[in-house]
Design a protein around this ligand. Structure first.
Ligand code: SAM
Length: 480
């Protein structure tokens, strides 16, 4: 990296280490770096920072072990950023220590009064030592959960929290599937259906798109369950996003997990659908496409900025019959009572705010936001919103509750709390779709409610990064 780019990269990393509350991307945007650096350098910095975030605890572990050998404990945030960047370059980008040394020499010249005399020789020693780091020695005698946490770069909270519902082997496989691995990660490309176009048009666009992908020598896999979904290698994302198909919005990137949620809504023309937390609006849009824009959606979100972005997206894609309102889902401003006609929702989708523990592949920073406080905060808001949705559920209403979380607290346990409530007694579990895995089995009473004589998966289900190669997701579908 050139000295100026390295300076920006280390500056942002240092700032993150000191104040971890804001995302890296927002820091990069916030500083308006685009004005000062060219697009390629900006992407290089962003990509390096994202990857450092993805592997943060692993990088930290190698740094600590190497530092201990150097007997150095007090360093500044900028020096720590230099060490993290060095570990990332040597172990992930296979850059040689002496090449990095040259980069740092140039970088240090740009800030003459920065280092105390001891730092440069220490950094040199560190660069020599990190390439000799041995996982075998470092992880010797460590219990498996700790090894998973370090090797797959997930917080120990994530591992510990899944242990009651998953074997160590499965936790490891799911954590691994949420990290990029050579060319084995795929991303899903969905064919978009515009207004006035039907299934035949969809097939035509899909074939055109497949032809384009084959011409560009991009490997494709058709989805076994969803005809309008094509999987391509993640590393080809950039190429596709510059294509005329993508730019003209004939295709968009949308994870299979999100598409399943919309298919489970099973929206029909003329239905009235409530989309409780709709931003950024990707599911809202697909629900409309599935009804050829003939359902009516009332959707909202608590965040004004996200709602504005949703409005922009839905307008750009010309999505009619969709009404957006800024609201708190726990206190919906939809009138009910004696003097007002109660809205009759056919379907209610609550795609809840959650820990995001199933989304690390696309959002590596989410890893380091996993802790009991954030989980509890999300569980409470999910519970509050679910509780008040009862007002809008009448005979015939279907409720679809989904989260992009692997934790049972945001899935099975939420439904388990509901099944004992009088209002939920009339809610009947509904069949889910092919390709969904069974939910965790947390207790006998929930299992009994969900057992179907046809051995179908009904009521609750999940999909997993390791199994379905998608985000980790939880689905619940009940009808009154
Ligand atoms: C998982 S996202 C929804 C994604 C969206 N359904 C889609 O597919 O594009 C959860 C959303 O819930 C919103 N949210 C958080 N708390 C909320 C609340 N109390 N009421 C309504 N929305 C809320 C967040 O701002 C976030 O946009």
């Amino acid at each position: 990296m050139k000295p100026l780019a390295l300076k920006k990269c280390l500056d942002i990393l240092q700032n993150y280490l000191e104040y971890p509350a804001y995302s890296l991307e927002s820091r990069l945007h916030h500083r308006d770096e685009k004005q000062f650096i060219d697009q390629n350098t900006y992407s290089e910095i962003l990509n390096d920072l994202r990857e450092i975030m993805r592997w943060l605890n692993k990088i930290h572990f190698i740094t600590q072990k190497t530092l201990r050998a150097l007997n150095l404990d007090a360093i500044t945030y900028l020096q720590r950023a230099e060490l993290y960047y060095s570990v990332y370059c040597v172990h992930w980008k296979q850059i040689k220590g002496f090449t990095l040394q040259k980069e740092f020499d140039e970088f240090h010249k740009t800030i003459p009064d920065y280092t105390h005399p001891k730092w440069i020789p220490l950094l040199t020693q560190f660069l020599e030592k990190i390439s000799h780091f041995s996982w075998e020695i470092a992880l010797k005698n460590k219990p498996l959960p700790e090894k998973i946490s370090i090797l797959q770069a997930v917080p120990s909270f994530f591992v510990e929290h899944l242990l009651p519902v998953m074997s160590e082997k499965k936790i490891q496989a799911n954590a691994k599937a949420m990290n990029p691995f050579k060319d084995q990660n795929y991303i899903a490309l969905r064919i978009v259906l515009d207004k006035g176009k039907d299934e035949t048009a969809l097939n035509v666009i899909r074939d055109e798109c497949l032809q384009f992908l084959h011409r560009s020598r991009i490997k494709t896999k058709l989805d076994p369950d969803i005809p309008f979904l094509i999987h391509i290698p993640l590393i080809q994302r950039k190429l596709v996003s510059k294509s005329k198909f993508y730019e003209s919005k004939k295709v968009i990137f949308q994870d299979k997990s999100a598409i399943i949620a919309c298919i489970l809504v099973d929206p029909q023309p003329l239905e009235l659908i409530l989309d409780v937390s709709a931003s950024p609006g990707m599911k809202t849009r697909l629900i409309q496409e599935l009804t050829q824009f003939q359902s009516v959606i009332i959707g909202g979100d608590i965040r004004r900025d996200r709602l504005k972005a949703t409005e922009k997206l839905l307008n750009q894609m010309e999505t009619p019959n969709t009404h957006l309102i800024q609201w708190d889902g726990a206190n919906l401003p939809l009138r009910i009572g004696d003097n007002f006609q109660q809205p009759i929702f056919d379907k209610i989708l609550f795609d809840a705010p959650c820990s995001g523990s199933g989304t690390f592949l696309n959002d590596p920073e989410m890893k380091w936001h996993q802790n009991k406080h954030i989980l509890l905060k999300n569980v409470i808001i999910q519970e509050k919103i679910l509780k008040q949705l009862k007002k809008y559920i009448q005979s015939g209403t279907t409720l679809i509750y989904t989260t992009c979380s692997l934790y049972p607290e945001e899935g099975e346990y939420q439904i388990n709390k509901l099944i004992n409530k009088p209002w939920f007694k009339e809610m009947k579990p509904q069949p889910l779709m092919k390709g969904i895995s069974p939910s965790y089995s947390i207790n006998d009473s929930l299992t009994a409610i969900l057992s179907s004589p046809e051995k179908q998966i009904i009521g609750l289900g999940r999909i997993f990064p390791a199994k379905q190669r998608s985000q980790g997701f939880f689905y619940a579908k009940f009808k009154k």
